[in-house]
Design a protein. Structure first.
Length: 332
């Protein structure tokens, strides 16, 4: 089958079109004929080598954490989706940039009325957004939320979910001033330039601060996030886009100022509580299909443009969600 992978770690240029064997579903797994694959920053990290060296078939690793498509075959004992059913799936072991992918049924859900192209951007992004907001962030109705990397896939999903779950105000930060104009489109009350967000947040909240900060950036941004917390505020760390050196939180500071730091990693959740991913995925697909959760359709590009897509993600020159069209005739 056709796929896009890399044999050595490096920049976007290491990605190439390859031919690899079509996988077979094992016990409790399904084989999906992929129509679309979502693109996530974790796949940039995968390619760069932050998760180790490639060790897949023929020495290649195939990125891709989320796909949509049609169930092509079932492994022994697999229950849930039926052959021919249109589904979306989270792939904890990657492999989505390919014509076929296998995955445990825990991570597969029917798309319902949601178009396949739209559904491809859901399985990693939305369970992560639900997880950081509700599982790790303990969002309560009436609270104020600040979301870093606000124009990205998780950020824009989290903004709308927070609003739907009763957040009073939702602010975000972006890397460039040109992106602040996207606030209304992405569902924010306001967007601030990330390098200047501390004073902007204090001014917007009359000095009180925010109740919840979602931070995939790290480094100085994470430190500053702690400083803008309201009493009993929480910072949820779920990434390291800034690639800064690790930092240490002062427990005395957390204790004396009623602050909390929490972490969320979807890969760890997938290993230890796979049903949680499936529940969040079902909730997201249903809410998006019904219109209960508004969203902006993803940007769909040919899979042959994968190198340029990775280049844009790495440079922070994207907003919203991008999906790769793996099938020329991909439905929906």
């Amino acid at each position: 089958m056709r796929a896009y992978g890399f044999k050595s770690n490096g920049g976007p240029e290491v990605l190439e079109e390859i031919q690899v064997p079509t996988p077979r579903p094992g016990p409790g797994q399904v084989l999906i004929e992929v129509a679309y694959a979502g693109v996530n920053f974790a796949e940039v990290q995968h390619r760069r080598g932050e998760f180790g060296e490639p060790d897949g078939p023929g020495g290649y690793d195939v990125p891709g954490l989320e796909v949509s498509g049609t169930v092509a075959a079932l492994g022994t004992g697999a229950t849930g989706p039926a052959v021919g059913e249109q589904v979306a799936a989270y792939l904890p072991a990657f492999g989505g940039y390919a014509e076929f992918a296998v995955v445990d049924t825990d991570f597969v859900r029917p798309v319902g009325q949601l178009p396949l192209a739209h559904a491809a951007g859901v399985p990693c992004v939305y369970p992560t957004a639900y997880g950081v907001l509700t599982d790790a962030g303990r969002l309560h109705e009436g609270e104020t939320v600040l979301i870093h990397a606000a124009a990205g896939g998780v950020g824009s999903a989290a903004a709308r979910i927070a609003r739907a779950r009763g957040a009073a105000r939702v602010f975000g930060t972006v890397g460039a001033a040109t992106k602040t104009q996207l606030a209304a489109e992405l569902g924010y009350d306001a967007l601030f330039v990330r390098d200047e967000f501390e004073d902007a947040v204090r001014e917007a909240t009359a000095g009180r601060g925010v109740d919840l900060v979602l931070d995939p950036v790290g480094g100085p941004v994470r430190h500053a996030g702690l400083r803008v917390l309201a009493p009993f505020g929480r910072v949820v760390a779920y990434g390291d886009l800034g690639r800064d050196a690790d930092w240490t939180a002062d427990v005395w500071d957390l204790w004396k100022n009623n602050r909390t730091v929490a972490g969320y990693n979807i890969g760890d959740v997938a290993r230890r509580s796979p049903a949680t991913i499936g529940e969040h995925l079902s909730r997201a697909l249903s809410a998006l299909a019904s219109g209960a959760l508004p969203y902006t359709p993803p940007t769909v590009v040919p899979s042959s443009d994968v190198v340029e897509v990775h280049r844009r993600h790495e440079a922070g020159r994207t907003h919203g969600k991008t999906v790769l069209a793996l099938m020329e005739h991909g439905a929906g």
